[in-house]
Structures are given as structure tokens and as C-alpha cells.
Ligand binder design. Structure first.
Ligand SMILES: C=C(O[C@@H]1C=C(C(=O)O)C=C[C@H]1O)C(=O)O
Length: 452
């Protein structure tokens, strides 16, 4: 597998695992009828995580029972090794759905270092929260606490059970904090130059596709309440993932991505190619017309098929059976995409992080060939991708898990939120059209930041 992304060697190879002694953790769960998901993530004095998948699994947690961090190209494997040690010694008293999982993500580039604005965001970082709430796809809800030994675990469970069931349920209320000023990483003129330069590389054969992105920094009238905003995004983007990751130091990374990187349960793997975009139409007729045109567009088909082929090639190496579904249109509130589902049965025993490593970055966010695309991205973009467009999600003791691609995402630090969005560039791409599509991808979060 080719692994020579951004600035290899810039960040020292390292891995660390942190937990309070003794290492043997115990977790216990209690079912509840109603609970405030917001109450567990309503203050930022401790690390917080929030994860909602379109299939219904929803988890919000805080605190650190164990933390795994790693840097460098081998960070996927290092995280797995550190986590295995902790999970092997963990005992869970409760239903499997409420079991402890490790939540977190990876940087886009291998050479990432946690410099501002990405302070606190290592090249790979996962936490097993001290306390969390789980809602499954049938609506069952559990509170789980993780302690150092059974007494500590049950004390923590009593505390959180009491605290979470006595508060009001979270409402998707209010409006955005209001925008005072905005700054772009890339002006329209700079964007045109970047795209022309990428098209030059495509013409001379160094590249077939590259995804170039921009950042948009927004100063707010007041700080943003991210959990409440994610609750509002649930209404606007019900079929998207929603996530939040924050550390003690640094900002809060959050988003509502439409794209699954991979889900793995035992030997079953699901993923998708999501690439190729057009706007939504003003009327149902113009909307359908745009979708029909997108399905028939040869440039978009090429751009999309590169993603399908790359995913297929990576999965084939690990699977005994692979199915590629039909290409369809995926409609979101502000944009529509081409989507092809892929599923596979694994040939052997593989951890979900092996799949994440194999797939990231797909050409939906990187390019073809991967090394030249990585290099082009690093040489071209005027901002640090950090965790944007990288794997975000969870894994468990059995190596099962689910990851989204951290798109339609933003990093909140104090009263500033930086949004990220990009688009695939292939031969014949038009800089002005690409600019317009990128602006549509800022909209999910941008719309929520404005007061209405
Ligand atoms: C890069 C982004 O989106 C990706 C690129 C797409 C495209 O080039 O058409 C479409 C969906 C995503 O895979 C983004 O949202 O920032």
C-alpha cells in the first residue's frame, strides 16, 4: 500500500496511551427512558465527543477513561495496538450496544503536527469517554460510566444517571450566534490560478484528479454552542452524520458529513463513493433536470468512477466478495452528489482501522495518483487541512466500527469558526463552476452561524 503523504518525516513517529492507574477499566450501563444528550456535552472543561450516524446510532460522551494518540504514517496501526491493550483488560457490565468505544479521528496528511488552529488535534487521537449516553436505532437509551474498578464505575454511573435524567431534554432551539466578519484562505483570483496550475499537471500527465479545498474563517458576535447547532443540523441534514470532537486544549471540530468512509461489523464492510456535485434546482422540475444532467455528464462520470475504482481496488485486496451497487443521485438540502454504494465480505480477520488506513484518502477527497495528488494539495492549498476530509468515527474492542469523512466540517476556536470545503478537479474542470460548488459546501454550517 502506498503511504507517502504530506510531509512524511515532519512529525516524529510516536504513539502514546494514557489512562489512570490501574489499567483494568470496568464499565457499567443503565437504561433510561429519557435523557438529555446535550447535558453531557454542555460544558467544555473536559474532552467531549458526539457521534450520530444516519442509521440511528447516537453517542455523546465526556471525560477520558483512556486516550490513544499517535503521529506519522504508521499512526493507524499504533492506535490499534495501544487500544487493544486497554480493551483487552476492560470488563463491561451492560448490553453490547452501550459498550465502551474509542472515538476520534486522524489528520488528512501523515505529516500533520498539532499547530494552531489545530492545537490539541494530534495526527491520530482517540478517547474512550468516562461517561456517555448511547441511543440505538430502536430508540433504546443507556447511560454508561467507565471507572477504575467496579466501585468507581458504579459511583460514576449513579452520578451521571442522576445528572442526565434530571435536566430538560435538548431542544434544537435558537438561532446562530451571528457573523461579524469573514476571511477567505483563497480569493477567487488565487483559486483560478490554483485550478489552472492543477489543470497543467493533469495535462502533462502527472495527475488525473485532485481535490482542492479552501477555508473560510468567520468571526462571530458570540461563541457558538456547537451541540445545539448540531441539533439544528439534524433537522436540515437528517441523513448525514453529525460529529463533535473537543480536547481540553484547543478548539472544537464538528460537522455534518454526508459521506461514509467505511463501516465494519464482523466480516461485513460497507462503504460508498460520493463524488460529483451539482446545485439543487429552484423548482422540482429544474432540480430533476440538474440531477438527470449530472447522471449523464461524462466529466462527472469519470471523476466519480475514479473513486469507485480506487475503493474497489483497496477492498479487493482484503475481501473475498465485493458488490458494487448502481450509481444514483444523493440529494442534500443545498447540493446533490453522485453516489455508488459498495459492500464486501472480508477474507480474513481485519480491524476497521486497517480498512480506514487502506481507504484514506479516497479520490473523493485526495486524488489520482495518490502521491502526486497529496503533493499537489500540500503545495497548492493556503491553509492546513488538519482533520478536515479525514477519517472521523469510532472503533470497539472487536475491531468493529464506523468512520465518516470529515466533510461539511468546521473548527471552532473561541469566537472564530473556520469552515472547510473542496471539490474534485479533473481535465476540463472550469474554475468558476468549481468555485460555486465549493461555496455550496460551506452552506450547511455557514447558514447555521447566521442569525435568522
Ligand atoms: C471535498 C468535499 O466533498 C467531496 C467532493 C465532491 C466532489 O468533488 O464533487 C463531492 C462530495 C465529497 O466527496 C467537501 O465537501 O469539502
Amino acid at each position: 500500500m502506498e503511504r507517502t503523504s504530506g510531509g512524511r518525516g515532519l512529525a516524529a513517529e510516536s504513539a502514546s496511551v494514557e489512562h489512570e492507574e490501574p489499567i483494568d477499566l470496568v464499565s457499567c450501563s443503565r437504561d433510561v427512558t429519557d435523557v438529555s444528550f446535550g447535558a453531557i456535552v454542555d460544558t467544555d472543561d473536559e474532552p467531549r465527543i458526539l457521534w450520530t450516524a444516519p442509521n440511528g446510532l447516537e453517542i455523546a460522551g465526556r471525560g477520558v477513561a483512556a486516550r490513544f494518540t499517535a503521529a506519522g504514517p504508521n499512526r493507524f496501526e499504533r492506535i490499534r495496538t495501544s487500544a487493544d491493550r486497554v480493551f483487552d483488560a476492560l470488563e463491561h457490565d451492560g448490553p453490547p450496544v452501550a459498550r465502551p468505544r474509542a472515538f476520534g479521528g486522524f489528520s488528512f496528511h501523515d505529516g500533520h503536527a498539532p499547530n494552531p488552529p489545530w492545537t490539541g488535534f494530534d495526527a491520530a487521537s482517540f478517547v474512550v469517554p468516562r461517561a456517555f449516553v448511547t441511543r440505538d436505532d430502536t430508540g433504546g437509551i443507556w447511560v454508561t460510566a467507565v471507572g477504575n474498578g467496579p466501585d468507581d464505575a458504579y459511583d460514576r454511573l449513579d452520578h451521571w444517571h442522576e445528572r442526565l435524567t434530571s435536566g430538560p431534554a435538548m431542544r434544537a432551539s435558537g438561532s446562530g450566534p451571528g457573523v461579524t466578519s469573514t476571511r477567505r484562505s483563497t480569493s477567487p483570483e488565487e483559486w483560478n490560478e490554483q485550478i489552472e496550475s492543477a489543470l497543467g499537471r493533469i495535462e502533462d500527465g502527472r495527475l488525473t484528479k485532485v481535490v482542492l479545498a479552501q477555508a473560510l474563517s468567520i468571526d462571530l458576535e458570540s461563541s457558538v454552542d456547537v451541540p445545539t447547532m448540531l441539533e439544528r443540523l439534524r433537522r436540515q441534514y437528517p441523513n448525514c452524520y453529525r460529529f463533535l470532537v473537543s480536547h481540553e486544549t484547543g478548539g472544537t471540530f464538528f460537522g455534518a458529513p454526508p459521506e461514509q468512509l467505511v463501516s465494519k461489523r464482523d466480516d461485513r464492510v460497507e462503504t460508498e463513493a460520493l463524488a460529483g456535485s451539482v446545485a439543487r434546482g429552484e423548482t422540482p422540475e429544474s432540480d430533476d433536470e440538474l440531477a438527470t444532467r449530472m447522471l449523464a455528464d461524462e466529466k462527472l462520470e469519470r471523476e466519480h468512477e475514479l473513486v469507485v475504482e480506487a475503493i474497489r481496488d483497496q477492498l479487493e485486496a482484503l475481501a473475498c466478495e465485493l458488490a458494487i451497487g448502481d450509481r444514483r443521485v444523493r440529494k442534500l438540502n443545498t447540493i446533490q452528489h453522485l453516489r455508488t454504494p459498495l459492500s464486501a465480505t472480508l477474507a480474513g480477520d481485519h480491524h476497521v482501522l486497517e480498512l480506514v488506513e487502506a481507504l484514506h484518502p479516497t479520490p473523493a477527497v485526495g486524488g489520482v495518483p495518490p502521491t502526486n495528488a497529496w503533493e499537489t494539495i500540500r503545495q497548492t492549498e493556503a491553509f492546513d487541512r488538519g482533520w478536515y476530509a479525514a477519517p472521523i468515527g469510532w472503533f470497539d474492542a472487536d475491531g468493529n466500527g464506523e468512520f465518516a469523512v470529515a466533510l461539511r466540517s468546521a473548527l471552532a476556536v473561541d469566537d472564530t469558526v473556520t469552515l472547510f470545503a473542496g471539490n474534485g478537479i479533473v481535465a476540463d474542470s472550469d474554475p468558476a463552476e468549481e468555485w460555486t460548488e465549493v461555496q455550496l459546501k460551506f452552506r450547511p454550517i455557514l447558514d447555521e452561524l447566521k442569525t435568522r
